[in-house]
Write a protein that binds this ligand. Structure first.
Ligand code: NAP
Length: 484
C-alpha cells in the first residue's frame, strides 16, 4: 500500500543548533526522508545556524555524514543526497550576540513559509525570539518550534511561555512532543473516534484499568549531568506519558482541529487527582557485573534522582471514576518497549462455567518496537472436548498492514516538521497544557524533596523494583510483561 504524499507549501526552515546532536540524528534525516518521499517543494530551503564557523559547503559535508549515519541505508542515493544538500545553507550566528543576524536577514525570502526550529538549550530561547524580532526576520506569519525540556517546574515553564509570548503569538509556537508524532498515537485517535465499536465501551463501566509503559534498555551515561537534574518524572512523565494519558482519557473533541483537541487534553490534566505517595514507586538501577550503577553514570554517589517511576493515577470525572491508570517508565529495563494496554472488564456472567477460565479483552497499542495494535478476543479452542476458551490476538502490525516497504510512513519528527510548515498545531502542546502538567507534577516532586525520599534500588535488565509489581498485585492486577 502506498501512502499519499501531499506536498507542502514552499518554506525557509532555519535550524538554530543545526550542528547539534538532535539536528544530526533526527531533524535533518527526517527532512531528507520527506524530500525522498516527494513532499518537499523544489525550492524549499533549510538553513543551519550555530556559532561554528562553517560555510555552505562545509555544512553540507557535515550533514552528508549525518545522513549516511542516521538514514536507513535503503534510502541512500548519491542523486538524492546531492539534490537534498543543494537546498542546505549555513549561517554562523550567535544567539547571544550580534554576529550573523544581518546575514540571516539577507538570506530569508519573502512570500514563503518561515519556520525557526530552536534546537538549542532552552536558556537561549528568549535570546533567539528577541533577535528574530529585532532584526525583522520573523513576522506574524512565522512559526517557531521548541524542544523539550519546556521548563523544569511550573514557575520556569510560565517564565518561558511569557518570554516567547513577548514576541510570538500562541498560534505561532509549536512545542514538540515527538510521542504525538508517532503513527500509532495518531491511530489511537482514529481507532477511538473513527469506529463505532470502541467509544461506547471507553469508560469505567467497561474498562477495568489502563496501563502505560515506556521501558528503555539504555542507561543515562553520556547525558548523566542533564538527566540527574530531571529524573524520570520530569524527563518522561510530565510530557510523554502525560500526553499519552490525555489521548486515551480525553472526551471526543468536536473536530480534529488544534484547539478542540487540546482543550480536551487540558481537561484531562486538570481532572488528575493528586497522587497518594503510597501509589508511587521510584527506583534507581544498581550495578550489575559490567553494567554501571545509575550513580556511576551521573557521578554523584548520593544522587536521589529516579531512573524508574511507577504510579497509580485517577482521572476524576464521570467517564473514569473508579478506573485506575497505571503508568511506568524507566531506564535499564529488560527490553525497549512502549505500549498502552486498555484492559476491559470480565463479561458480566460466564455461561461457560468455571472450567472455561477467566478471559479478558485487552486492547494493546504498541508504540515501539513494531508499531501496531492488538485486540485480544476470546474464542473457543478448536477441536472436541467441550467448551474451552482461549484468547487470540486480532493483530494489526503496521509493517504487515502497510506492506514491508512502508518507507512512505513518516517517522515522528518528519511528520511534525511537515505539520509546522502546514501550520497545523494539533499534535503540538499548547502553553496552558504544559503549565497544567507542571502544576500537577510539582507537588509530587516537592513531596519527595521535603521527605528526603530515596529511590529504591533495582537490578538492571528487569522490570524495575519489586514494589512496582506490588502496586498492582495488592489490587489483584498484574503489569503486562516487559519482554526481551
Ligand atoms: P547539542 O548537541 O549540544 O547542540 C546544541 C546546538 O546549539 C549546537 O548546534 C551548538 O552549536 C548550538 N549553540 C550553542 N550555543 C549557541 C549560541 N550561543 N548561539 C547559537 N547556537 C548555539 O544539543 P542537542 O542534543 O542537539 O539538543 C538541542 C535541544 O534539543 C536541547 O534543548 C535539548 O534538550 C533538546 N532535545 C534534544 C534531544 C536529543 O536527542 N539530542 C532530544 C530531545 C530534546 P555551536 O556550538 O556551533 O554554536
Amino acid at each position: 500500500m502506498v501512502s499519499r504524499v501531499i506536498p507542502v507549501d514552499t518554506f525557509d526552515l532555519v535550524i538554530f543548533g543545526g550542528t547539534g546532536d538532535l539536528a544530526h540524528r533526527k531533524i535533518l534525516p527526517g527532512l531528507y526522508r520527506r524530500f525522498v518521499a516527494g513532499q518537499m517543494p523544489e525550492d524549499a530551503r533549510i538553513i543551519g545556524a550555530a556559532r561554528s564557523d562553517l560555510d555552505d559547503e562545509q555544512y553540507r559535508t557535515d550533514v552528508r555524514a549525518a545522513l549516511m549515519e542516521f538514514v536507513d541505508r535503503r534510502l541512500h542515493s548519491e542523486e538524492h543526497f546531492a539534490a537534498f544538500l543543494s537546498r542546505l545553507h549555513y549561517v554562523a550566528i550567535d544567539a547571544r550576540g550580534d554576529h550573523g543576524w544581518k546575514s540571516l536577514h539577507e538570506l530569508m525570502r519573502d512570500g514563503v513559509v518561515r519556520a525557526f526550529y530552536f534546537s538549542v538549550a532552552p536558556a537561549l530561547f528568549g535570546d533567539l525570539a528577541e533577535r528574530l524580532h529585532r532584526h525583522e526576520i520573523a513576522d506574524e506569519a512565522s512559526r517557531i518550534v521548541v524542544e523539550k525540556p519546556f521548563g523544569r517546574d511550573l514557575a520556569s515553564a510560565r517564565a518561558l511561555n511569557a518570554t516567547l509570548a513577548q514576541h510570538f503569538d500562541e498560534t505561532q509556537i509549536y512545542r514538540i512532543d515527538h510521542y504525538l508524532g508517532k503513527e500509532t498515537v495518531q491511530n489511537l485517535m482514529a481507532v477511538r473516534f473513527g469506529n463505532v465499536l470502541f467509544e461506547p465501551l471507553w469508560n469505567s463501566q467497561y474498562v477495568e484499568h489502563i496501563q502505560i509503559t515506556v521501558a528503555e534498555t539504555v542507561g543515562v551515561a553520556g547525558r548523566g549531568s542533564y538527566y540527574d537534574k530531571s529524573g524520570a518524572m520530569r524527563d518522561m512523565v510530565q510530557n510523554h506519558l502525560m500526553q499519552l494519558l490525555c489521548l486515551i482519557a480525553m472526551e471526543p473533541p468536536s473536530r480534529f482541529d488544534p484547539d478542540a483537541v487540546r482543550d480536551e487534553k487540558l481537561k484531562v490534566i486538570r481532572a488528575l487527582e493528586p497522587v497518594d505517595p503510597a501509589d508511587i514507586v521510584r527506583g534507581q538501577y544498581r550495578r550489575q557485573g559490567d553494567i554501571a550503577a545509575y550513580t556511576d553514570d551521573v557521578e554523584d554517589l548520593d544522587s536521589r534522582t529516579e531512573s524508574f517511576i511507577a504510579m497509580k493515577l485517577h482521572v476524576s470525572n464521570w467517564r473514569w471514576a473508579g478506573t485506575p491508570f497505571y503508568i511506568r517508565t524507566g531506564k535499564r529495563l529488560r527490553a525497549r518497549q512502549s505500549e498502552i494496554a486498555v484492559v476491559f472488564k470480565d463479561a458480566p456472567h460466564s455461561i461457560f462455567g468455571a472450567s472455561a477460565g477467566r478471559h479478558r479483552n485487552i486492547l494493546t497499542i504498541r508504540l515501539q518496537p513494531n508499531e501496531g495494535m492488538t485486540l485480544g478476543v476470546t474464542i473457543k479452542e478448536p477441536g472436541p472436548g467441550g467448551m474451552r476458551l482461549i484468547d487470540v490476538p486480532l493483530d494489526m502490525t503496521f509493517a504487515d498492514a502497510l506492506g514491508p516497504d512502508n518507507d512512505e510512513v513518516p517517522e515522528a519528527y518528519e511528520r511534525l516538521i511537515m505539520d509546522v510548515v502546514r501550520g497545523n498545531q494539533t499534535l503540538f502542546m499548547r502553553g496552558d497544557e504544559v503549565e497544567a502538567a507542571w502544576a500537577w507534577t510539582d507537588p509530587i516532586i516537592e513531596g519527595w524533596q521535603s521527605r528526603d525520599d530515596r529511590p529504591l534500588s533495582y537490578e538492571p535488565c528487569t522490570s524495575g523494583p519489586e514494589e512496582s509489581a506490588m502496586l498492582l498485585h495488592r489490587e489483584n492486577r498484574r503489569w503486562r510483561e516487559i519482554r526481551e
